[in-house]
Every structure is written in C-alpha cells, then in structure tokens.
Design a protein around this ligand. Sequence first.
Ligand SMILES: Nc1ncnc2c1ncn2[C@@H]1O[C@H](COP(=O)(O)OP(=O)(O)O)[C@@H](O)[C@H]1O
Ligand SMILES: [Mg+2]
Length: 214
Amino acid sequence: MGHIIAALSQKGGPGKSTIARAIATTYAKAGWDVKIADLDVKQSSTVDWHRRRLESQINPVIAVESFGTARRALKAAELHDLLVVDGAPHASEATVEVAKAADLVVIPTSLSLDDLNPAVLLARSLSEKHGIPVDRIAIALSKCGDSAVEIAEARDYLGQTPFHVLGGQIPEKTSFRRAQDAGLSIVECPHPSTRAKADEVVQAIIDRFEKIAL
Ligand SMILES: Nc1ncnc2c1ncn2[C@@H]1O[C@H](COP(=O)(O)OP(=O)(O)O)[C@@H](O)[C@H]1O
Ligand SMILES: [Mg+2]
C-alpha cells in the first residue's frame, strides 16, 4: 500500500488543487511514483491542468486520474508510492472516507473567519465525529494577503485548536495563477521569490508527513 496525502476542504476554492499539484510535483521530482486522484468529477480541473502540462511537455510527468468515488481512488494508492488526493469541491462522505485512509490530511484555508471557521469545523468533524487522530490533520494558510497582522491573528486563532498549523503561508499571487494556467505547479512558478513561499509550505507538509507516516 502506497502513502496517501489528501487536500480536503469544507467549501470550494481554498486551494486544494493548488496544494495537491505542488505536493505531487515535488515528490515526483524526488523520484517518487506519484498519482493525483482528482475527486472533483464535475470540473476535473486537475485533469485539465495535467493536459496543459502534457501539451507543454513539462517534466516530471505525473499521473492524474479522475475518480467518481473515494473507494476507487483509494484503490489506486496500491499502485503508486504516493497518492495525492485532490478533494471534492465540498466536504462529503468521500471526504471522510479519504481522510480515514490518508497518512496526512491537509486543509487549506485563507485568513478570514469566513474561511477559517469552515476549515476548523471540518477538522473537528474528522477528528471528533470520525475518529481521525488530530496529529494527522494539518491546516495550511493559503491565498494570503500581505498583512502580517492578519496572518498572525489567523495563526493565533488556529493555535487554539488541537490541529497542527503548517509553517509558511501561500500568498495570493497572479504568478501562481499564471503558472497553473501554463501547466506548472506553484513550486515550479518562474518567479524565485514567489516560488520560495510555495516551497516553504510544501516543505512543511513534507516534514509533517515524514514525521507521522515514514
Ligand atoms: N495562492 C494563490 N494565488 C493566486 N491564485 C490562487 C492561489 N491559490 C489558488 N488560486 C486560484 O484560486 C482558484 C481556486 O484554487 P484551487 O486550488 O482550484 O482551489 P480548490 O481546489 O480548493 O477549489 C483557482 O483559480 C486557483 O488558480
Ligand atoms: Mg479543486
């Protein structure tokens, strides 16, 4: 059985696909056999991203497949070193099933209470209702603005929960959007200083994953 890292959220748009692609490309670059399971069957945005990546002949090549059910996606983990699950747009039964099987669940959130609260609610539901150990749930700050105060307040807020809050934060950047439009992940963004911010968060995810799963 291969390892599983899942990017999941309660609501749409916080950056699941963005983070899943960054994790997958980072491990693929390190020589792992990686697949992304895209559970958003309606939009299949990571399948589309993968097509753009193939058209532009970007290396490393990673496998991306769309799955209609969590069970089918999880089965694919047997065939790879790492399955990165790019979660369904809204939390569902599939979200719980994937979270139960994952070595690490990453929940991305932006900084407003409208975003932080659903992220914490999902983490609480996974741990309290579904018995997933809190140390397997990590929260990533995503689509962040420039305000250090806002970032610090979000960290304070999340610090009152039992969940691990990952180091670094992914800034909201046009160059990240454009990188993904071109089939790149945010850790392959051509602007070094912007890319470094993405690298920091992905490294925090890797550190956490390796600490609890390897
Ligand atoms: N850090 C970022 N900077 C700029 N745009 C971003 C960033 N993260 C995500 N986006 C954009 O926001 C939208 C939603 O992100 P996505 O990763 O697809 O979220 P989800 O998979 O959770 O719905 C996409 O258009 C994506 O390009
Ligand atoms: Mg998505």
